[in-house]
Design a protein around this ligand. Structure first.
Ligand code: ASP
Ligand code: MG
Length: 410
């Protein structure tokens, strides 16, 4: 007998029929003798609908404690319906909101972090031999306010519960059947990975592969919670996210992630002096704009060029801020480009294999893809290329590093 935490996302509980399907699945795990805690998201589209209502009242960027009161209701609908469906089928179940379950968070409304939970209380409910159906994405701060954990936060609820009660596995059921070497919509030969390390998954998630909330992966890595991504609709083993020691496959590269949401800004001819980077990026971060890659070239004539990338949604604001700074610094020119993308090769195997970067650049060169920016870490190499080359870049790299599914070839 194992203790399993399962999480079902919005599409998996998107209608009454689907909720009933989830109930059947949960019952099949119960019949195998497992104890199950189920965390659910709001029905698909519901959180967006609630956000729309908030926008209608508060304007474009709704925020604050009342937004969390509103958003947390989406999940409350699902837990009630799922608990009903389970009870209806003779499987004892009880629904619990985050606050009811004693999930404590800080007070960062709309993006709160879980700080603590009542593990003893959860275990006591489990001991009554029932399924606990938990509303994901929410908790309570020290002042008794309802908080929510940010988009995709139900993943984090599930992982945090699994960590708190040292569950045997945390299973994230979603509409894909695992983590793939890259997005199959771009590369049809993409392969489902049997295993991936927490670190690799973190990179995949933060670089634009949207299977799991990043915080959930961080949490699982920190507390070593075995995490599995599986499909709600298709039988299969899914992908196990685990520690490096458990990673048997000796692959150099786990996968290729990409991000279409990038934009690039450059300022030319700034004086090559101490403090310039701070002067350029300070106002950007004061405007709450996150910067991703940064490149400053070597100056030949006592001036330097400085380039960085931001989220495409922040581009217009970033450009305005940069134009101001440029004026103050007497820079010669500011320009930007919104038709760029970032493509990244990810793999813990890079630590022990030299020369992967040059293999990557070689591969792109053979397709005449110009690399605009490069950044690297111990387990990742990212390049910025023109948007029109995204598909080509992903496919040629997928082929070059032998990521394709050999069984799939028919
Ligand atoms: N319902 C929330 C969202 O749509 C949380 C979640 O589904 O994980 O982002
Ligand atoms: Mg999700």
């Amino acid at each position: 007998m194992a203790v399993i935490v399962q999480k079902y996302g919005g599409t998996s509980v998107g209608s009454v029929e689907r909720i009933e399907h989830v109930a059947e699945k949960v019952i099949s795990y119960r019949k195998q003798g497992h104890q199950v805690i189920v965390v659910v998201s709001a029905m698909s589209g519901e959180t967006d609908r609630l956000l729309g209502l908030a926008r209608a009242v508060q304007g474009d960027y709704p925020t604050g404690p009342e937004l969390d009161v509103l958003l947390s209701t989406g999940e409350q609908v699902t837990i009630a319906l799922l608990a009903m469906a389970l009870n209806q089928r003779g499987c004892k179940a009880i629904s619990r909101t985050g606050p009811q379950l004693g999930i404590k968070t800080d007070s960062a409304f709309n993006k709160a972090r879980i700080t603590d939970m009542d593990a003893a209380g959860i275990k006591a409910l489990l001991a009554q031999d029932q399924v606990i159906v938990v509303a994901g994405f929410q908790g309570l701060d020290d002042d008794g306010n309802i908080t929510t954990l940010g988009r995709g936060g139900s993943d984090t609820t599930a992982v945090a519960i699994a960590a708190a009660i040292t569950a045997d596995e945390c299973q994230i059921f979603t509409d894909v059947d695992g983590v793939y070497t890259t997005d199959p919509r771009v590369e049809p030969n993409a392969r489902r990975l049997e295993k991936i390390t927490f670190e690799e998954m973190l990179e995949m998630a933060s670089l634009g592969s949207k299977v799991l909330q990043i915080r959930a992966v961080e949490f699982a890595g920190k507390y070593k919670v075995p995490l599995r991504v599986l499909s709600s609709f298709k039988e299969g083993e899914g992908t196990l996210i685990t520690t490096e020691e458990n990673q048997m496959e000796e692959a150099k590269i786990a996968g290729i992630a990409f991000n279409r949401d990038e934009a690039k800004l450059s300022v030319k001819g700034v004086p090559d002096q101490p403090g310039i980077a701070a002067k350029i990026l300070g106002p950007i971060s004061s405007a709450n704009i996150e910067v991703d890659m940064i490149v400053q070239n070597v100056a030949w004539d006592n001036t330097a060029n400085f380039t960085f990338t931001v989220h495409r949604n922040d581009y217009n604001r970033a450009l305005e801020v940069l134009q101001n700074t440029a004026k103050q610094l007497g820079a010669s020119d500011v320009n930007g480009d919104t038709s760029i993308v970032k493509v990244s090769l990810i793999g813990v195997g890079m630590r022990s294999h030299a020369g992967i970067a040059s293999e990557m650049f070689d591969c792109l060169a053979q397709e005449s893809i110009n690399i605009r920016m490069i950044s690297t870490s111990e387990i990742k190499i990212s390049v910025v290329v023109d948007e029109k080359y995204l598909e080509l870049a992903v496919r040629c790299l997928h082929e070059k590093f032998d990521l394709a599914d050999s069984i799939k070839e028919e």
